[in-house]
Design a protein around this ligand. Structure first.
Ligand SMILES: [Zn+2]
Length: 657
């Protein structure tokens, strides 16, 4: 695998033509030294930004050079200042957003079905009038890349192509081609599928072009997400960067979901957050250091590289406060990096995602619920889509809405026959056309359970830890299932009547009625099915009992997890392995995002951890442990390691023989 540098800054420079003196305070040495002193070893620098202006002396498009640029060679000066300090400098080029081109090349605009362009009017702020790469714009971009490549010569390290997404388009070029292929222009999903092919073709052709000019250049296309939408074109990337600013609309749960999928695709992965209190363009703000620590250390804990977004102010001088903040965090990354990169994630399970490949921003709620729960349970897992191999995992999890066709059902059955374990909820694995679950479930489906909510009776090993005298509601509607080859593993009772019409009781649902219980989980050897949408339920309102039930199910199926801990549910533990050093590494994080405002979660301080014990069940025996980088030895007793008091982040080196 090809690895990128782990301590990057993504330096935005979307700069208005109405500001004078662009670049006039740029000082190459101060620029380079600021990054060097902040422990940065890669900076994405700007060739072309969203306003549509260029930051180098273009011969092809002299009128597009920023009209107020006082340093004609700003791009090359930046790259050379960075290279003089052994800092990489991939080049940023905007693709679908370019205000100047949107205003001057209306024939390149993406058109909605009604003929309007995207984004706001061209006489109002914003550069969100997207451009279509199925027009003459593709040739423009190819020529731009050729020119920049020649301009930088051997100083070109790579490319960051921004805003390269699936955008349904009814422009003249797209309509012509869709009619040729018989695409129904009134079918929005069909147009979207065509848009997906269009953007994948653009990436394929652009990567071929880039590689013909510079075979070693890194290549990344940004759509604000990496997921099933990326898989088909993954060979056109050198690595992935996961743009995910928790305070910028992504939240704190997007990164784990995207990163766990991206790393399973087999390329190096970089996480990207921002130094901003909110999001891009928030020039004069600083993220709380603890928040930046968590966001960056979490990337490292998954074996990912880190990138922090900043925006250079128009006159071209970096803000020292920003680089003190980034430096404080990257100094620790530099110290810990040897225990994170290169490394492979040590995993025991895979969550199969129903996420569509046709949308970049449509994370299924069930996957979000599962991810939240699994972080709390310290499960070591990847997220995969149904096309990816199951056999490297001991446990495969099919969430509530991960329905299956015949091929996927056969894949599940074959996997279980070969010794794999499957955990499914609700319609996970159900073929909606035949109304059947995979044979290995040993369970029959009878449609949605009409009388709900139902109330789980806490009996048997799945209910371990619940109060035996309680009943536990699952609010959301489940499925009616009966054991076939399998056995009932959990039962529930029904309410007196459904809450509808004249039959209702009290504020919420009707309580449990006396009567017979019925199965709500079926176990058949290595397959376990819950009839309820446990992950969707956890996403909705996080009932603790859902986590207990799923945690017990995982233990029943796996035997023991690779790692568990006795710390609070806000702790995350990620295991990495570095076979070349014969060691595992446990990355333990304790930062607690708080919703202290109406709009964003943030973290103001690291949280302490006192005497947390990790219980390990690793493939190879571990008899020694030490905290790194300080080297403090920790005793290992019967696979248990107890950490001394730590604040926020602790990394434990676990060598094996
Ligand atoms: Zn188009």
């Amino acid at each position: 695998m090809r690895y990128v540098r782990a301590r990057e800054v993504h330096l935005d420079f979307h700069t208005s033509e109405h500001i004078h003196g662009i670049g006039q305070d740029f000082d190459a040495d101060r620029f380079g030294d600021t990054f060097k002193n902040a422990h940065v070893n890669s900076v994405t620098v700007f060739a072309a930004g969203h306003h549509g202006w260029l930051y180098y002396p273009s011969q092809l498009h002299p009128k597009q050079v920023h009209p107020q640029l006082t340093r004609p060679d700003l791009l090359r000066e930046q790259v050379q200042a960075l290279h003089a300090r052994d800092i990489k400098a991939p080049v940023y080029v905007t693709v679908q957003w370019s205000r100047h081109l949107a205003a001057t090349h209306p024939e390149w605009l993406i058109r909605k079905a009604n003929g309007a362009h995207e984004g706001g009017p061209l006489h109002e702020p914003g550069f969100y009038q997207s451009l279509c790469v199925n027009t003459g714009y593709a040739a423009y971009l190819r020529d731009l890349v050729t020119e920049i490549s020649g301009y930088l010569g051997d100083d070109l390290d790579g490319w960051f192509f921004d805003i390269v997404g699936i955008r349904p388009c009814w422009c003249a070029a797209c309509r012509r081609e869709m009619l040729e292929y018989g695409v129904n222009l009134n079918d929005e999903e069909a147009v979207r599928a065509f848009a997906s092919q269009t953007i994948n073709r653009f990436k394929r052709e652009m990567s071929r072009h880039v590689r013909s000019l510079n075979p070693d250049a890194t290549i990344f296309y940004n759509a604000g997400h990496v997921g099933p939408c990326t898989r088909e074109s993954k060979d056109d990337y050198s690595h992935f960067e996961i743009e995910s600013l928790p305070s910028g609309g992504w939240g704190y749960l997007h990164f784990p979901v995207a990163a766990r999928y991206a790393r399973a695709l087999g390329l190096d992965v970089m996480g990207m957050t921002g130094k901003f209190h909110t999001s891009w363009g928030d020039f004069h703000s600083l993220k709380n250091q603890a928040a930046l620590e968590f966001e960056v250390f979490r990337m490292l804990s998954y074996g990912c590289a880190a990138s922090v977004g900043d925006q250079l102010e128009p006159r071209g001088a970096l803000n020292p406060a920003t680089y003190r903040l980034i430096g404080n965090v990257y100094k620790r990354v530099e110290e810990i990096e040897p225990w994170a990169r290169p490394a492979k994630a040590l995993t025991e399970a895979a969550l199969v995602t129903p996420e569509t490949p046709l949308r970049e921003h449509a994370l299924p709620e069930t996957v979000m619920g599962a991810a939240q729960m699994f972080e709390e349970l310290a499960l070591q897992y990847d997220i995969i889509d149904p096309t990816m191999p199951f056999d490297k995992y001991k446990l495969v999890i099919l969430p509530d809405d991960m329905t299956a066709d015949d091929a996927l059902q056969k894949k599940v059955d074959d996997y279980v026959a070969a010794g794999g374990a499957v955990l499914a909820c609700a319609r996970g694995g159900l073929n909606p056309d035949t109304g059947a679950y995979p044979a290995c479930y040993g369970a029959k489906w009878h449609g949605p359970h009409r009388l709900f909510p139902d109330f789980i009776l806490p009996e048997g090993p799945l209910a371990d830890g619940l109060d035996a005298e309680g009943k536990y509601v699952i609010y959301m509607q489940g499925e009616e299932v009966t054991p076939d080859e399998g056995q009932a593993a959990l039962s529930a009772v029904a309410p007196y009547f459904p809450r509808e019409g004249l039959t209702f009781c009290s504020h919420r649902y009707t309580p449990a009625a006396p009567g017979n219980s019925y199965p709500v989980a079926v176990r058949n050897g290595k397959a376990l099915l819950f009839s309820h949408p446990m992950f969707g339920q956890y996403r909705d309102n996080a009932p603790h009992w859902c986590k207990v039930l799923i945690g017990n199910a995982i233990r029943e199926l796996l035997g023991a997890q690779l790692v568990t801990h006795n710390g609070p549910s806000t702790v995350t533990v990620s295991l990495l392995e570095q076979p070349e050093h014969s060691r595992y590494i446990a990355h333990v994080l304790h930062y607690i995002p708080v919703r202290k405002s109406a709009t964003i979660d943030t973290i103001e301080e690291a949280s302490p951890l006192d005497d947390v014990t990790l219980t390990l069940s690793l493939p190879r025996t571990v008899t020694k442990a030490r905290l790194v980088p300080n080297g403090e030895e920790l005793p290992v007793t019967n696979g248990r390691v107890t950490l001394p008091r730590t604040m926020g982040y602790a990394v434990v080196d676990l060598p094996y023989a």
